[in-house]
Each structure stands twice: as structure tokens, then as C-alpha cells.
Write a protein that binds this ligand. Structure first.
Ligand SMILES: NC(=O)c1ccc[n+]([C@@H]2O[C@H](COP(=O)([O-])OP(=O)(O)OC[C@H]3O[C@@H](n4cnc5c(N)ncnc54)[C@H](OP(=O)(O)O)[C@@H]3O)[C@@H](O)[C@H]2O)c1
Length: 258
């Protein structure tokens, strides 16, 4: 039975809305067991994750839902441990949870920088460190980190210094891991969103006016949909992408070229 011996077990962090939820919708189905996570500090966000989980179960995926703040010590490694206890193995990780802070240097405080580093590269480090043995053993090992254009575009009217530092660290860790895991066949890549439409329940660092400006800055004249990124992530998770590793793939309508 596929449920007892799935083709792959996939952990997606930040899956209650936006890109994480879109990835879940793309890959859910028989043979794909899912561990879905959100911080869940508000009941409504826990309910959002449960709604995503119900959709995935309807599509044929067994699902485990987990909650917690990735900036807290031990949370990320605990997600891996709970995945292993529940499903017996973990083949793929989508390290998607994140947030943006657009305060410039001089206004952004040290605590925000530290929290950003703990919740993004720090959590990635803990996730993949805990998962290393199961990724190495997997016949279908994949890691995809969701980064951000803010680590690549430095425009005077759109600086995100704390977030940029966190996402740049995430990309560096992903490249090191890609080389380390390459002999095992497991791949590690980054998807780098440009400006992307938020679900009504998501967290936005921009005003309505800021989102309008974002459209103007994007060469193809639109912001991304979460599913634009989910398409890239699900491809990188697929067996077809087995020879792609250590790459940083921009899904941004040309934003980083402008
Ligand atoms: N939307 C954009 O324009 C854009 C652009 C570039 C990059 N990105 C990146 O894409 C990823 C997904 O963004 P999105 O817009 O789809 O997200 P979203 O809808 O705002 O959802 C973010 C998810 O991450 C979780 N999360 C945030 N901080 C967390 C923490 N400290 N601990 C645990 N979970 C945390 C949230 O949990 P709760 O809701 O439960 O708190 C939520 O499930 C993020 O890494 C973001 O940086 C987005």
C-alpha cells in the first residue's frame, strides 16, 4: 500500500498559505506523505494549515501537521525527529517559512536581525543537520530552500537588510549542502521569488502602494502567483530534476535583470 510505503515523505515549512500551501497542492497525491508546518501562534493560522492538510488528504496524501516558531532552539530539528517517528523516514525538505522586514539600517534592531538569522538560515541548518542521515539514505533525496530577491536586488527604495542577510546565508548553506550530498544522489537547490501575491492570511511587509510599485519594477509587468514558485519547487523535487543541484533559480519575471 502506498500509505504504508510511500514513494517519498516531504516536509514543507510555512505551509499554511502562499508558496508553501501552493507547493502542497502541487505535490499532494498517492505515494506522497506530507509533514506540513506553520508557526501557528494564532489559532486562525493553525486552522489555515489544517485546511491545507485536509485538501492534501483528499488528494491522497497521508499528512502530519506540526507547529512552532523556527527561531526557537530545537524547533527545526524537532520537526525532523517527529517526521521520522511518524513516517519512519524523510526524503525531501522544502524550507519555505520566512518573513520580510524592510526597515533600513539604523532603524532595524539587532533583535530583528538575530530572529531573522535564527528563523531562516539557522532553521535550515538545523533541519538539514538533523535530516542528513535520512537524506543520504533516500532513493529520492531533495532539499529546496525558498530564498528571496531581496538578497539579490539592492534598490534604494526597497532595501530589506536583515532579510537579505538571512536569505544570503540560506543560499550559501544550500550550496555547501549540495556539494556534500551530491555523491549520494540527493540534490539541493534554491528558488528565489520576486514580488509575489500574498494570500489574504499571509504576512505582508509592503503597503498597497508598495505592491503597485512592485508591478512597475517587474519587467514582465506582473507580480508572481504563489503557484509560479510551486511549479519550480515541484519540478526540483521531481525525479526529472536529478541532475540539477546547487542552483539558485530566480522566479521573478525578470526582476533581478532590471
Ligand atoms: N511573497 C513575497 O513577495 C515573497 C518574496 C520573496 C520571498 N518570499 C519568501 O517566500 C517564502 C514564503 O512566503 P509567502 O509570501 O508565501 O508566505 P506567507 O503566506 O506570509 O506565509 C509564511 C509562512 O511562514 C511561516 N513563518 C514565518 N515566520 C516563521 C517563524 N519564525 N517560524 C515558523 N514559521 C514561520 C508562517 O507561519 P504563521 O503564519 O503560522 O506565522 C507561514 O506559514 C518566505 O520564505 C518568504 O521570505 C516571499
Amino acid at each position: 500500500m502506498a500509505e504504508n510505503n510511500p514513494d517519498r515523505v516531504v516536509l514543507i515549512t510555512g505551509a499554511a498559505s502562499g508558496i508553501g500551501a501552493a507547493v502542497c497542492r502541487r505535490i499532494a497525491g498517492p505515494g506522497c506523505s506530507l509533514v506540513l508546518h506553520t508557526r501557528g501562534s494564532q489559532d486562525s493560522r493553525r486552522q489555515d494549515l489544517e485546511a491545507v492538510a485536509q485538501q492534501a488528504e483528499k488528494a491522497g496524501s497521508p499528512v502530519l501537521t506540526l507547529f512552532g516558531d523556527l527561531s526557537e532552539d530545537g524547533l527545526a530539528s524537532g520537526l525532523v525527529e517527529q517526521s521520522l517517528v511518524h513516517f519512519g523516514r524523510l526524503d525531501q525538505i522544502v524550507s519555505n517559512a520566512g518573513f520580510a522586514d524592510r526597515r533600513p539600517l539604523g532603524e532595524v534592531d539587532r533583535e530583528t536581525l538575530d530572529r531573522s538569522l535564527r528563523a531562516m538560515p539557522g532553521a535550515f541548518f538545523d533541519l538539514v543537520t538533523a535530516a542528513l542521515p535520512t537524506l543520504q539514505d533516500s532513493a529520492w533525496g531533495r532539499v529546496v530552500a525558498v530564498s528571496s530577491f531581496v538578497a539579490h536586488v539592492y534598490a534604494a527604495d526597497g532595501l530589506f537588510p536583515a532579510t537579505a542577510a538571512a536569505k544570503a546565508g540560506l543560499e550559501s548553506l544550500a550550496k555547501s549542502l549540495a556539494v556534500q550530498l551530491a555523491p549520494t544522489g540527493a540534490t539541493v537547490n534554491c528558488v528565489v521569488p520576486g514580488y509575489t501575491r500574498k494570500d489574504a492570511t499571509g504576512h505582508s511587509a509592503l503597503s498597497e502602494e508598495g505592491w503597485q510599485r512592485a508591478i512597475g519594477k517587474t519587467p514582465n509587468g506582473r507580480i508572481a502567483e504563489p503557484d509560479d514558485h510551486a511549479a519550480a519547487v515541484s519540478f526540483l523535487l521531481s525525479r526529472d530534476a536529478s541532475h540539477i543541484t546547487g542552483q539558485v533559480i530566480h522566479v521573478d519575471g525578470g526582476l533581478t535583470l532590471a
